[in-house]
Design a protein around this ligand. Structure first.
Ligand code: FAD
Ligand code: 2HG
Ligand code: ZN
Length: 464
């Protein structure tokens, strides 16, 4: 091992590695504190060629490599295990915007670019890069692509997969696969880049990406709307989509309990309503010439009993305030204590059924559990998280967690949904992949893994 470590250090030079345990700490820990990994070395290549040499050296030594972006994974995907034998490979130094082509609505970037930096570069060029999530100030585009991240604008623009035009990837033997083409149309053989999108670092290391940009969406109107029940959100979504076809770009359901957590744990968050309502929707639509049309649509919804109250942001400070409420949820939930995270999706048409059957199921399984539900209901994706009483010990938390999570995932499967909508599988949900995708789907995944990474050195212990 020592020989390999020296070889890796020599490839990247003195600025390209860290072995000090204090400096490694934020990189080996999962941000919710569930897993603490160990590594002898974090290697930080500055170029694709260095990544290629690092991977080739690790392949030669049959040593595992864990690619890491911003380490914001929700399923412990980007940290090494506890063995202390896996090399951590951070893309943080590969953070250049390589080129931007506003006429082609495309941008080419290093994989270590922070998502927000790409959004800003696109904006400066008069375009828009629509991928947006609470972690956008620290997650990297390589991590976003590797997890096929979703976030807040999927309803209009799709997940990360829909935004990737081309990729540069280092394969498990160090070969650089260059399919960095900025094309909308390309039917020359298999679309290989799709293999790596959502593969969570288990099939290759993404070093560069060509991404799709969009015209600036113009005036956006943001509103927080109080609704009488979670199920009403689906009818309200249908109504708004009729008013704003293809122009509703955020549609987020949040329970009163969840906003209560934000209020309790996040200083100065403050809900803009006086009344107490059970559920809320945070929505954003491209409204063209001002908020008038959205106001009309919401008034109609009030008359039809779908909406109880609404606040439309009047200026950028109010927009920021509404978004701050939404972006603070995960942090508030973390501070509130351990929770079972269920990042599930079902067809939007079955969301109402999921919500009511999910409630019944929880009541039956564990009446003292608390539902912490929020998320991208417009995409059929809900964070159907569950917190258990603080009084139970970690053993009971684990066994109850298994029971409750299994029952929720069974319901999701029955409704044609997925146990992992946008966060990926990582380490946390690996057994569920084997269970819920068992059969030819799982077997083909395994064949792909064996073909592309026969010695299993890429992100060992994750996904498959
Ligand atoms: P990491 O956490 O570092 O890694 C994630 C996975 O990708 C790991 O398996 C890692 O090995 C792999 N990986 C990283 N970089 C590369 C690379 N260059 N090549 C190959 N593999 C790589 N997710 C959503 O989808 N939607 C949300 O709305 C959302 N909101 C969030 C809000 C908060 C506050 C937080 C903390 C997280 C949120 N997430 C969300 C989860 C997380 O931000 C995403 O999964 C994100 O895409 C991970 O990016 P990262 O750079 O942090 O990757
Ligand atoms: C979000 O939508 C993220 O805010 C995080 O996907 C979800 O913390 C969670 O469960
Ligand atoms: Zn989410």
């Amino acid at each position: 091992m020592n020989q390999l470590l020296e070889q890796l250090k020599a490839i990247v030079g003195p600025k390209g590695w860290i072995s000090d345990s204090d400096a490694l700490e934020p990189h080996v820990n999962e941000w919710r504190g569930q897993f603490i990994g160990r590594t002898p070395l974090m290697i930080m290549p500055a170029s694709t060629s260095e990544v290629s040499q690092v991977v080739a050296a690790c392949a030669e030594a049959s040593t595992g490599i864990v690619p890491q972006g911003g380490n914001t994974s929700m399923c412990a995907g980007g940290i090494p295990d506890e063995s202390g034998t896996q090399i951590l490979l951070s893309l943080a130094r590969m953070n250049r915007i390589r080129a931007i082509d506003a006429d082609n609505f495309s941008i080419e970037v290093d994989a270590g670019c922070i998502l927000q930096t790409i959004q800003e570069a696109a904006h400066d060029a008069g375009c828009c890069f629509p991928l947006s999530l609470g972690a956008e100030g620290s997650c990297q585009i390589g991590g976003n692509i590797a997890t096929d991240a979703g976030g807040l604008n999927v309803i209009r623009y799709g997940t990360a997969r829909a935004l990737v035009l081309g990729l540069e990837v280092v394969l498990a033997d160090g070969t650089v696969l260059n399919s960095l083409r900025s094309l909308r149309k390309d039917t020359a053989g298999y679309d290989l880049k799709q293999l790596f999108i959502g593969s969570e670092g288990t099939l290759g290391i993404i070093t560069g990406a060509a991404l799709r940009l969009f015209p600036d969406p113009g005036q956006l109107t943001t509103a927080l709307v109080a609704i009488p029940s979670s199920g009403t959100s689906v009818s309200l979504l249908g109504k708004l989509q009729q008013h704003f076809p293809e122009r509703v770009q955020t549609f987020e359901l949040v329970s009163d309990y969840v906003f209560g957590l934000v209020d309790r744990y996040i200083p100065d968050a403050g809900l803009p309503f006086d009344g107490d309502y059970p559920w809320y929707v945070l929505l954003e639509a491209a409204t063209g010439d001002g908020p008038g049309h959205l106001e009309e649509a919401l008034m109609e919804a009030v008359e039809e009993g779908m909406v109880l109250d609404a606040v439309i942001a009047k200026n950028s400070a109010e927009v920021d305030r509404l978004w701050r409420l939404r972006h603070s949820i995960s942090e508030a939930e973390r501070q509130a204590g351990k929770a079972l995270k269920h990042d599930i999706s079902v067809p939007v048409s079955r969301m109402q059924e999921f919500l009511s059957r999910g409630d019944e199921l929880l009541e039956e399984l564990r009446p003292d559990a608390t539902l912490v539900a929020f998320g991208h209901v417009g995409d059929g994706n809900l964070h159907y998280n569950v917190s258990l009483p603080h009084s139970i010990d970690s053993e009971e938390f684990a066994s109850e967690g298994k029971r409750i999570t299994g029952a929720i995932y069974d319901l999701v499967a029955e409704l044609g949904g997925s146990f992992s909508a946008e966060h990926g599988v990582g380490r946390l949900k690996r057994p569920y992949l084997a269970e819920y995708r068992a059969g030819p789907e799982y077997e083909l995944m395994r064949k792909l893994k064996n073909t592309l990474d026969p010695a299993s050195i890429l992100n060992p212990g994750k996904v498959i």
